[in-house]
Design a protein around this ligand. Structure first.
Ligand code: IFM
Length: 442
């Protein structure tokens, strides 16, 4: 055959393939200048909340993270927001915002500091926190594992070793009855994909490894841990409402006419999102059958922040500015503000056919220039999704106040309240005022 004909046919096939991909996976962008962000509507039973995590706010925890900070000479979490001592005042901040829901995590390393000891005083403090929230008409939502765990568990190999899952399960089974009855909504694990990829592939989280295979193994184990804990706790109380908080980052091809960019984005979407959805829906993940994870969630928590434009040159760290589309605002985390992605993330998770809780959404913005618009755009998208009939029950803003942002330390500020780490003073930001106004309307 003539070389020209072969080339023409190849080009036609290539174009057909790219066109089909572009049609199948459109990258939605809204012309925000045409949108009235005040036009939103939420049902009266919608839950309005904020979220935090123990290691990021409590201060002076001794766990896998504090060890990692020391070993890698990273910024220390130290006193953090000293929430362990100041929590009563922080609960007042929740009242000031007018939220009716609060998602926080309880720190395994405080409750079970060594393999054989249980700190009843620590449990009593968390118990007091739960009572204080309920007294204020705020629903407590507890996360059982939010990136941090005891040093002894890490020393045994953490979630890298499948046989260690039982330690986590035993801990959850022991702690659950203290709160059950007062706490209905539980998240087993926060962001299984972030935990495994950052810790075992990106070397940004403990234990600081760089291996794809290890990351995949940990992701499978942590999903098994979720499944086991889910079933164990449901056996204790079938009325409890238990899910997992999944970070959905959408991977879009940087150049939408480049097949290699498409292939990269499809692979990354599977590793980050598809594999976990498949474990919950089909009980299969990376070719492994894990029946315990099938239908192991009463709701799916969505932590939504951004999309990542991919090419084969994958970043090896989060400490860089990622590519963005023309006109997109870049947040202080280096990724773009992309509220449209919230709709795509909800569509993705709606395949699970269970209620969706927006367990996190927010922005790193030390000057609060972007946060008000960031908040309003995401709530506008949410309101549209509700009007289209998606079963979304709550919105938890990340975060109540500035806190320790893991590998990024204190440089990134996600709070509706600004924290002065020297005086531990909290100051409401304008975005916090906006959020309170919106909550009041509904
Ligand atoms: O601070 C984190 C949180 O711990 C998990 N989800 C993303 C947040 C902001 O990066």
């Amino acid at each position: 055959m003539d070389v020209m004909i072969v080339l023409a046919i190849s080009l036609a096939i290539y174009l057909l393939l790219i066109t089909s991909l572009r049609l199948m996976y459109p990258e939605m962008h809204i012309d925000w200048s045409r949108i009235n962000l005040e036009e939103i509507d939420f049902p009266p039973d919608f839950s309005w909340g904020v979220a935090t995590a123990s290691h990021q706010i409590e201060g002076n925890n001794l766990n896998n993270w504090s060890e990692f900070e020391r070993e890698q000479n990273k910024e220390r979490s130290g006193a953090a927001c000293d929430h362990w001592n100041l929590w009563k005042g922080d609960h007042q901040l929740l009242v000031e915002l007018g939220v009716n829901s609060y998602r926080f995590s309880i720190e395994w390393s405080r409750i079970q500091p060594t393999q054989d000891s249980w700190d009843e005083d620590a449990i009593a403090v968390y118990s007091e926190m739960v009572d204080s929230l309920i007294d204020k008409g705020i629903e407590p939502v507890i996360t059982l594992h939010h990136f941090s765990h005891p040093v002894w568990f890490e020393d045994l190999g953490g979630f890298y070793k499948r046989s260690n899952i039982e330690f986590f399960q035993k801990y959850c089974e022991r702690i659950f009855p203290y709160f059950n009855g007062r706490v209905k909504k539980w998240c087993t694990i926060n962001e299984p994909e972030v935990f495994s990829i950052m810790g075992y592939f990106m070397n940004m989280f403990p234990p600081g490894k760089r291996s794809v295979l290890k990351a995949i193994r940990v992701m499978k184990n942590i999903m098994l841990a979720h499944g086991q804990v889910y079933h164990a706790l449901k056996k204790t109380d079938s009325q409890s409402y238990i899910g997992i908080a999944k970070n959905v980052t959408i991977f879009d091809p940087l150049r939408r006419w480049d097949l290699i960019h498409w292939i990269t984005s499809i692979i990354l979407n599977y590793i980050w999102n598809g594999a976990i959805i498949s474990s919950l829906k089909r009980g299969r993940m990376y070719g492994t059958s894990m029946s315990i994870t099938k239908n192991s969630a009463d709701f799916i928590g969505l932590n939504y922040y951004t999309h990542v434009l991919t090419s084969p040159f994958l970043p090896q760290t989060t400490e860089i500015d990622l590519p963005s589309r023309k006109g997109q605002e870049i947040t202080e985390f280096g990724y773009p503000m992309y509220a449209e992605g919230l709709e795509r993330a909800v569509q993705m998770l709606s395949k699970l056919e269970i209620p969706i809780e927006i367990t996190e959404n927010g922005v790193a913005d030390s000057t609060d220039k972007l946060r008000p618009i960031h908040l309003k755009r995401h709530l506008w998208v949410l309101s549209e999704l509700l009007s289209k009939g998606f079963d979304i029950r709550s919105y938890f803003h990340w975060s109540l106040m500035d806190n320790f942002e893991w590998a990024e330390g204190y440089s990134l500020r996600f709070g509706l309240y600004e924290v002065d780490y020297d005086s531990q003073e909290r100051t409401l930001r304008n975005s916090g005022r906006d959020y309170a106004e919106i909550i009041k309307k509904f």
